[in-house]
Write a protein that binds this ligand. Sequence first.
Ligand code: AMP
Length: 150
Amino acid sequence: MTTKKILAALDFSKFSQEVVNFAADFARRYDASLTLLHVADEPNRVFPEGFVAIMPARTTELLNLLEMALADAKKEAIAAGATNVSTMLVKGVPFAEIAQIAQDKAYDTIIVGTHGRTGLMHALLGSVAEKVVRSAPCTVITVRDRAAAK
Ligand code: AMP
């Protein structure tokens, strides 16, 4: 297995920071490139912790905020030791986009957190990490949220 091209999926939940730190350290150790990816759910599918309805007119504003969050995550990754870091923002269904991008762009490793959504939303929508593990064309590393596992 080669580790040269890493795709880390961020949902910007509290735990994302851990995923960034792990992915950056991993990229540094393997001298690999690191792409930080966020998938913006389609407006009628976005239910982050409490059903926030996003009006179409606000979508551009939301995408700008997500780009800024990715830029911040990139700074964190560089501070944590990764040197070749890029960001990617796409729209779609998170697990499907993550797997498809890994396939299309020949990533050799995907890094996801095991914990993002909690409670009812997790029960309703299922685990993105689990679906990525099932559908990915390459190695998937899951970063465990130890605090949440207690
Ligand atoms: P979840 O299954 O929702 O708890 O999410 C687990 C992990 O899947 C997160 O830590 C992220 O790595 C990834 N993930 C979930 N939603 C997204 C998203 N919209 N964009 C990118 N990655 C995501």
